[in-house]
Design a protein around this ligand. Sequence first.
Ligand SMILES: Cc1ncc(COP(=O)(O)O)c(C=O)c1O
Length: 389
Amino acid sequence: MQKHNFDLYVERQNTSSVKWDERKRIFGTEDVLPMWVADMDFQAPPEVVKAIKEKAEHGIFGYTSIPTSVSQSIITWYQKRHKWKINAEWFTYISGVVPAISASIQVFSNPGDKIALFSPVYYPFYGMVTDNDRTLVTIPLFENNGQFEMDFKLLESQLDSNVRMLLLCNPHNPGGNVWKKSVLEKLAEICVKHQIIVVADEIHGDLIFKEHAYTPFASISQEIADLTITCIAPTKTFNLAGLQASVMITSSQSMKAELELFMKRQGHFTLNLFGITAMESAYIHGESWLDEVLDYLENNMDTAIDFIQKNIPKVFAHKPEGTYLLWIDCRKLGLSDSELKRLLLQKGKLALEPGNKFGPGGEGFVRMNVACSKGVLEEGLKRLKAAFE
Ligand SMILES: Cc1ncc(COP(=O)(O)O)c(C=O)c1O
C-alpha cells in the first residue's frame, strides 16, 4: 500500500525556491506554471525531515565532521541498490555535482586542453569547461526512433592527444537514457585505449523506471574505474538539492589524493550539518519512499506522453528510461526556439527549459519536469496544449 501522498500540493512560493520564486527574473513574469529546473515539488522522505528537525532542535550548530556512518550508508546503498562495491577510501565529499565536475576539470586538465562531451547535455557541462578555459569537443548524440545513441566512430575520430577528459552524463539529461551496460563497455574500451579521464555525472542514477537498469560507469572494469571520477549525490533521488551534499568517487588513490589537495587548497574540509544529516538518513531510510516516488513519476510520464499524443499531434515525446524530465520534440511545429519560448510563456503561461540551452541537437525541443502532483501536471499539460493551439 502506498504510504506517501504525492498528490498533495505543497505551496513552494516564498520558500527561497529557484523554481517558484525566480520566475520573474528568469522568465520575465510570475504568471507562469514552473515545470523547468530539476527538483521535485514533493516533500522529502519523512525520516529525513525528522532527522533534520532533531538536529535543528538540538540548537547547537558548531563545526561539523562527517561521521563514518555517512560513508557506510552510501556504501550500503550502492551495494544493495546497484550492486556496485565501493569503499570509503575512494570518497571526497563536496557540496554538489556541478562543483565536483568543475573541481575534476581543474585538477585533471590544464587550460587549453580539450574536454569532450555528448550533446545535447545538461547545460552547466559547457560552462564548467569554458569558464575554466578548456576547449569544448562536442560530440552530437544521434537519434534513433526518438532515442539518443552515442556515435563511437565520431567520438574516436575526435580523440586527439589534446583531449584529456570526457564528461559523461549517466543516465543522460536530457532524454533520460539509462545507458546500457554494453554501450558503457564500448565507451570504457575507447577511454582506456586513449587514456581519457572520465567524469561520470551519475546524479540521476537512482531515478530509473521499471525494466531498466543503471550501470555505474566505473563498475565496468578496474581499468576504467582507475580513470573515472564518479559524481553522485542523494539530492536528485530524495529531493534534497537545497542541502548541497555530494561525493566524488574514484578508486585511483593518486587521483583521490589530488582531489583532496584541491579541496584543501580551496579551504573546504566538510559539508553543512543538515546536508550530512539528510544524506545519511535518506540512504538508510529512504528506499521505500524512492520506490513509491518512482511509480508516481513513471505514471506522470505515461500521463504526459499519452496526453501529448492525443492532444498535440505535431509534438512528440519519447518515454525516458529514467529521470523525471520529459524531452519534448516540437520540431514539426516549424517554430524557432525564441518563438517556442514566447508561445509557451505568453499563450501557455508555462515555464519549461528551452532545448537549445542544452547545446547542439537541442534546438526545437523543450524539457518538462513532471516531478509534481497530478493536479499540477494536468494543469501543465493543458497549458502546453494551449500554447500550441
Ligand atoms: C545531470 C545533472 N548533473 C548535476 C546536476 C546538479 O547537481 P548539483 O545540484 O549537485 O550541483 C543536475 C541538476 O539538474 C543534473 O541534471
